[in-house]
Design a protein around this ligand. Structure first.
Ligand SMILES: Cc1cc2nc3c(=O)[nH]c(=O)nc-3n(C[C@H](O)[C@H](O)[C@H](O)COP(=O)(O)OP(=O)(O)OC[C@H]3O[C@@H](n4cnc5c(N)ncnc54)[C@H](O)[C@@H]3O)c2cc1C
Length: 389
């Protein structure tokens, strides 16, 4: 007889883990099916930035609701998520100063701790930064970064303690449908009967969508990161930074390292099964040049390592949180390279959508699938433009 579950979650990344945890808090016993190992997709490569600054209020609300989970993780989830408070700076070029001001005001209205700061303030917060190319920045004193694989592992551990099951090395090969309703999945290790199936398959979400005849507007986004060893003069950790003026972000890492990623040059549409152990040719040179312009003393640093990862990306670079296709099929995907920091709240909201018919904790209706067919792509209220270009 086939195994049965209250819900089957396809994908053991941070979103599958977060939803599994939240469903068990609501009394369900889901099964998470992961074709490789927990956090073997985007989650295992994620830079883990935890900040609230977005130009889209609906996404800021998800990040803000998620923040308390990262901050109070041991109490709310158990285990560790590696949250490290470094302070966070959002730097924009002069053309975006007015939008930055408006976005800071939006976050302050939501209650997010965020200040508008000057280049002089930035030099005090981050000695060693070059500050001649921007007029203002936003500062989040409480923000920083977390450790995505630890967070996913802790959520799944807590979910399993409440009855969830995790199948690793197990690929979903088909979604079963009868009478317009999902009835379960076929996997490489047998069938699982369930009235609810959730697509949390990250960069593989389009492939899973096709299993129920959905043509999801989700392609793949390749993103490389590098770690450099800071020279002794720069050893104290610096804030976490999204540097829109330089199309770059960076944050400190333990061991005197700095992680650097670039907003441009992230190819779309590659196979998500490609090599992730090495960065693409040319990435390290570009990233070294940019971090050395922002922090000139980094000239004396050294390359530690570089690698890449894949996430699912949508045309407006915002997620799809919805039900679609046969009854009982849900979409928790398309996180477009920024999905880690919102995962706790998305898990809460998707559990509400599945169990109550709509999300109440945060309004996620903006992230409906229908926006693409209707030509209503999401854009920030005071947009900086696409994050990835
Ligand atoms: C290099 C990099 C840096 C990033 N940095 C940040 C950051 O600083 N801050 C931030 O907020 N976000 C960041 N992101 C984005 C964030 O990491 C992702 O949005 C998030 O991890 C996506 O989680 P997920 O669970 O949706 O997908 P994934 O972690 O990719 O998990 C999906 C899982 O589904 C499994 N799967 C696929 N198909 C099947 C199938 N048929 N059967 C069973 N299992 C299947 C895969 O093996 C995979 O493990 C970054 C992403 C990358 C790649």
């Amino acid at each position: 007889m086939a195994e049965t579950a209250d819900a089957v979650i396809i994908g053991g990344g941070i979103h599958g883990a977060s939803l599994a945890f939240q469903l068990t808090r609501r009394g369900l016993t889901p099964v998470v099916v992961e074709r490789r190992a927990v956090a073997s997709g985007a989650t295992g490569r994620s830079s883990g930035l935890v900040r609230m600054h977005y130009d889209l209020e609906a996404e800021s609300r998800l990040a803000w609701e998620s923040f308390r989970w990262f901050r109070d993780w041991a109490e709310l989830v158990g285990g560790e998520c590696g949250f490290t408070r470094t302070g966070f700076l959002k730097i924009v070029g002069p053309a975006h100063t007015a939008r930055l001001r408006a976005n800071v005001a939006m976050h302050q209205r939501l209650g997010v701790p965020m200040l508008l700061v000057t280049p002089d303030d930035v030099r005090r917060l981050a000695p060693g930064f070059a500050t001649g190319d921007f007029e203002a920045a936003a500062y989040e004193p409480e923000s920083g970064y977390a450790d995505p694989p630890s967070a996913a592992g802790a959520l799944l551990q807590a979910a399993r303690e409440r009855g969830a099951r995790l199948l690793q090395d197990c690929r979903v090969t088909a979604v079963s449908v009868a009478g317009g309703r999902v009835t379960g999945v076929e996997t490489t290790r047998g069938a699982i009967a369930s009235p609810v199936v959730v697509n949390a398959a990250g960069a593989w979400a389009a492939e899973v969508g096709r299993m129920v005849g959905l043509d999801l507007p989700v392609t793949t986004w390749r993103h490389d990161t590098m770690f450099i060893r800071r020279p002794p003069a720069l050893r104290p950790p610096h804030p976490t930074v999204i540097d829109g003026a330089a199309a770059m972000y960076f944050r400190p890492e333990t061991g005197g390292l700095t992680l650097v990623g670039l907003e441009d040059g992230n190819p779309l549409g590659l196979s998500p099964d490609g090599d992730t152990d090495h960065a693409l040719p040319g990435f390290v040179e570009r990233a070294v040049g940019r971090i050395c312009r922002r922090i000139p003393g980094m000239e004396h640093g050294g390359l530690h390592s570089a690698h890449g990862g894949y996430d699912g990306i949508t045309p407006d670079q915002h997620p799809i949180l919805d039900r679609a296709g046969p009854d009982g099929f849900y979409l928790d995907c398309g996180f477009s390279g920024t999905g880690f920091k919102i995962a706790p709240a998305v898990g809460v909201c998707m559990a509400e959508l599945i169990l109550d018919g709509r999300a109440a904790t945060v309004d996620i209706s903006a992230f409906a699938l229908g926006r693409f067919a209707e030509g209503r792509l999401l854009a920030g209220e005071h947009p900086y433009g696409n994050l990835w270009r």
